[in-house]
Design a binder for this molecule. Structure first.
Ligand code: NAD
Ligand code: LMR
Length: 318
């Protein structure tokens, strides 16, 4: 199996590629970037890391997959089984604040069209989109390829990690016991599915103040991280981990635990009353991408949140 990271020389692409390479030593990892030297440099370092961890004195892996750099062209993507799009124009300084994902919009829409043009030259494959503003970029790449919508998964799992972390801290419970998937926009109109919250398997209800706190935390914390680390950087660690969780769900034809579905941003066609927009909703992931959009019976407040998210992402100029 070969996973191609389009934008693989960047912060998120290289971090996710490294995470996948060490976690799944047999998978072929390809770094596709217009910065070909940088991609090659990261590829060599990641290959060494994977090799080191698999040596007899440390590991027991065999049949190591390749780690290589390829050009950002149809040839570079010809043999990929899964594509992850992290390609982006450089982070504008003005994007390092809440709502900042929209600062990428115009130039990343152009980039999305060019990447879709390259993808279109081959057979459809599952495409995981990370680049911001993620919901709109997922929608644009989907439309421009003309492929079936079930090939596309926009990445929003960082919100689920952030939400679990915050609920654990508010309620003083272990974070690993918190299940609360997060949908809506990857942005201001985020919709934690509080109605599905369980802690250690027990349905749990937050107060309205606690819900507001969690939503505000999720909106603010990526920018706190950027500010603390310097405006050139992004939330590379949670994103690298989350992208690999999604890639592995595709490679493995589903989650280890199908009873706890995840959310991803997918082109909707009437589900939750939403047409022609990508926002995150619960999905069943499979080998070819999205096996099924799961239609939960959500309370009105969360349904309204999803619809507001869809209106917001659909409101941008073509
Ligand atoms: N969805 C999420 O949760 C999430 C999380 C973090 C970052 N992001 C977004 O992901 C994107 C990447 O972030 P980053 O910090 O890695 O950015 P970055 O600037 O470090 O990396 C972007 C990379 O894309 C490459 N690139 C540009 N055009 C390309 C093309 N045509 N083909 C191949 N590669 C190309 C650049 O050379 C660069 O290496 C940004 O838009 C960021 O906002 C999203
Ligand atoms: O890159 C950003 O602007 C933030 C990113 O979308 C994130 O959620 O970490």
């Amino acid at each position: 199996m070969e996973v191609a990271f389009i934008g693989g020389a960047g912060t998120v692409g290289a971090t996710a590629a490294y995470t996948l390479a060490v976690e799944r030593p047999s998978v072929d990892v390809t770094l596709v970037d217009v910065e070909e030297d940088a991609a090659e440099g990261h590829g060599i370092g990641i290959r060494h890391a994977r090799t080191l961890g698999s040596l007899p004195q440390f590991g027991d892996a065999n049949d190591l997959g390749s780690v290589s750099a390829k050009p950002s062209s149809a040839a570079g993507l010809a043999t990929a089984d899964v594509a992850v799009v992290t390609a982006s124009v450089p982070r504008p300084g003005s994007s390092a604040k809440r709502g900042g994902r929209l600062e990428f919009l115009d130039r990343n829409l152009e980039l999305a069209e060019s990447i879709a043009g390259t993808l279109r030259e081959r057979e459809p494959l599952p495409v995981i989109v990370v680049s911001n503003p993620m919901d709109r970029i997922t929608q644009r790449i989907w439309r421009e390829t003309g492929w079936d919508r079930d090939r596309f998964l926009g990445y929003s799992l960082s919100e689920t990690g952030r939400t679990a972390d915050r609920i654990a801290s508010i309620r003083d419970v272990p974070a690993e016991d918190v299940y609360c998937p997060v949908g809506g926009e990857h942005g201001e109109n985020v919709v934690p599915f509080f109605s599905r919250l369980t802690v250690d398997g027990e349905p749990t209800t937050l107060t309205e103040a606690e819900k507001r706190d969690v939503r505000d935390y999720v909106r603010d914390v990526p920018y706190d991280v950027i500010e603390l680390r310097g405006a050139e950087e992004t939330s590379r660690w949670v994103t690298g981990q989350g992208v690999v969780r999604l890639v592995c769900a595709v490679l493995d034809d589903g989650l280890d635990d199908p009873d706890h579905p995840i959310a991803a941003s997918v082109p909707l066609d009437g589900e939750y009353g939403i047409e022609d927009a990508c926002v995150s909703v619960p999905v069943e992931v499979g080998r070819t991408g999205v096996r099924r959009v799961i239609e939960w019976d959500l309370p009105e407040e969360e349904l309204e949140g999803l619809r507001a998210a869809a209106e917001s992402v659909a409101a941008d100029p073509e």
